[in-house]
Design a protein around this ligand. Structure first.
Ligand SMILES: CC(=O)SCCNC(=O)CCNC(=O)[C@H](O)C(C)(C)COP(=O)(O)OP(=O)(O)OC[C@H]1O[C@@H](n2cnc3c(N)ncnc32)[C@H](O)[C@@H]1OP(=O)(O)O
Ligand SMILES: CC(=O)C(=O)O
Length: 544
């Protein structure tokens, strides 16, 4: 029999307190639906009435039928100048439409004295009255004991009196908060053990902040010591350094720790997509190195690692990535060996075997290009083309050959707009195509000239467009170490990464040169070649 641990998600409340997260009511509704689909037990939607977004969100949620989760509304205990019945926060919680209320109250005497400026007794009275009032009007009422661990260390008896008051007035769960995130896991364990001795019947939860990078460890320590509710956020977003990252807490509880359950196996496989969804809607770049759900979590770069995982994945993977909806990735870089090439060749559908001399050729080509600055991890389409170009049966047709490139940019003092023009001479199946095009900048002009020359031959290129363009100077040009000042400066090699799309697929290609135009053209030519190759493959598959 495993102990059910209740997941209380506060992405929409504490997560929204991250300095770089600004969610609209629509964003919040979309995230709430996804959290419900994942299987959270509680979704804390926000602080009703605190601002128009919260009001709009709670109104919108009245029309959303959550299948798994209960919606919770958050606020403080009533203000000292009010009674529960007249307090705007408590009345807004009740009229929010949420089924559950979670209110925070002070459990550290210093906060009572300084932040609230009231007596310790009055604080206990406010907590008791607030919880009784909420219990009468809501399905469940949770008490968040703010600064509990700091309060316990300052005055154990007072911190325990706060918990006892909330419990005796009907709180359904006492959530012990490490609000400043400064508590160590062993302190969490020993303090919770004492709480359980003193309040043996109380149900406990944990709300840990990540200021010492210990929020997940502290949450797990709390569960091991008897907490049955874990609060946290998707991707660990939250005030200051964030909250306990539920994307780590959940698989640790479900897969690693014995005797606990929180999400069923099928739901667990939605974890990675949920993390990606929340990043996307919050407009945050996904955290590549995030355990379990990050893109790098099961990515293998070192040749020794890849050689081993091809024999048995578990040799360098702590769990099966598919359990959390993630997947193994093998990277093609200068740190790889023949095993990386072999693994990738199989992913791309090439029938290479261990010992094939082509593996040496490809491995040497990858190492040489990587040393020049080609990044095949960021540009998988160019990696695939590199493979194809080395295949003995000429797997990649010469769709076109660039014979000459001219790019002109000029500016006249009487004309504020820079004139930019690119002309290209290409060989397409023995025909010479000569085109010129203008553009906002040299890459835009090159892109237009290239596609103008080729669309007569390959109409599918009309669907294709460039969606991102990144340039990186490969040798550092500035440093605060004077003797390390780079001599090349603007003469350094640059890497250009181009992301293209045809409305269905997106792909990234790379070019490297000391000349930014040449690097851009290389990446552009790869982008076009890749589109032509994929179209041909699709046609071929359809015909078969
Ligand atoms: C640990 C946490 O993360 S708690 C959650 C923190 N999140 C937020 O604060 C986000 C939402 N907050 C808000 O939009 C605003 O702060 C509001 C609407 C709640 C209140 O706004 P205002 O009325 O302008 O008050 P303001 O923000 O300046 O100060 C907070 C008030 O709450 C009081 N307060 C703080 N904790 C508590 C508590 N546990 N119980 C009762 N009152 C409390 C403070 O003493 C202060 O009142 P005071 O000015 O009379 O001393
Ligand atoms: C309640 C809460 O968010 C905290 O104490 O950190």
């Amino acid at each position: 029999m495993s102990t059910k641990i209740f997941l209380y998600d506060t992405t929409l409340r504490d997560g929204a307190q991250s300095e770089d997260v600004n969610l609209s009511a629509t964003d919040k509704v979309r995230i709430a639906r996804q959290l419900d689909y994942l299987g959270m037990d509680y979704i804390e939607g926000g602080w009703p009435g605190a601002n128009p977004v919260e009001t709009e969100f709670f109104n919108a949620m009245r029309g959303v039928g959550l299948r798994n989760a209960k919606l919770a509304a958050f606020g403080s205990t009533h203000h000292p100048s009010h009674t529960p019945e007249t307090d705007p926060t408590l009345t807004a919680l009740i009229s929010s439409g949420a089924r559950v209320a979670a209110v925070f109250g002070k459990s550290c005497p210093r906060h009572v004295e300084v932040a609230l400026g009231i007596s310790r007794e009055r604080n206990l009275e406010i907590i008791g009255n607030s919880i009784s009032f909420l219990k009468k009007n809501m399905e469940e009422a949770f008490f968040d004991a703010e600064h509990f661990f700091d309060g316990f260390k300052r005055d154990q008896e007072y911190a325990l009196a706060v918990l006892r008051t909330a419990w005796e007035h009907g709180a359904d769960c006492l959530v012990l908060c490490d609000t400043n995130g400064g508590t160590m896991p062993e302190e969490i364990s020993s303090i919770i053990r004492t709480v359980r001795e003193r309040l043996p019947h109380a149900l406990l939860g944990i709300h840990a902040h990540n200021d010492c990078e210990l929020a997940v460890a502290n949450s797990l320590a709390a569960v091991n010591s008897g907490a049955i509710q874990v609060q946290g956020t998707v991707n660990g977003i939250g005030e200051r350094c964030g909250n306990a990252n539920l994307c780590s807490v959940i698989p640790n509880l479900q897969v690693k720790m014995k005797g606990f359950s929180c999400l069923s196996g099928a739901s667990l496989t939605r974890l990675k997509s949920t993390a990606a969804f929340v990043s996307e809607v919050s407009n945050l770049a996904p955290f590549r190195r995030q355990p379990f759900v990050g893109n790098a979590a099961f990515a293998h770069k070192g040749g020794v690692h890849v050689s081993a995982i091809m024999k048995e994945a578990a040799l360098y993977e702590h769990i099966d990535p598919s359990l959390v909806g993630n997947a193994q990735r093998v990277l093609m870089t200068e740190q790889g060996g023949r095993s990386n090439i072999l693994s990738l060749s199989r992913t791309l559908g090439f029938e290479l075997e261990k010992g094939d001399p082509l593996l040496d050729v490809l491995s040497a080509a990858v190492k040489k290009n990587a040393a020049l600055g080609y990044d095949y991890v960021a540009a998988p389409a160019s990696a695939e083309l590199l493979f194809l170009r080395h295949m003995p049966d000429n797997a990649l047709k010469p769709y076109f050959n660039i014979l000459r490139t001219v790019v002109l940019t000029s500016r006249h003092e009487m004309d504020p707009d820079m004139m930019v023009e690119a002309s290209l001479k290409l060989d397409v199946h023995g025909n010479v195509e000569h085109t010129a095009a203008g553009g906002f900048g040299p890459v835009h002009a090159l892109d237009r000239a290239l596609r103008r020359a080729l669309t007569r031959w390959y109409p599918e290129l009309e669907q294709m467009h460039l969606i991102d363009y990144k340039v990186r100077v490969l040798s550092p040009t500035r440093t605060n170490i004077p003797e390390a000042e780079d001599e090349n400066g603007t003469g350094s090699n640059v890497r250009v990464l181009i992301e293209s799309s045809d409305g269905v697929a997106t792909w990234t290609t790379v070019g490297v040169s000391y000349n930014i135009i040449e690097a851009s053209l290389e990446a552009l030519a790869d982008a076009v070649t890749y589109k032509l190759y994929k179209t041909e493959q699709a046609r071929w598959r359809a015909e078969c």
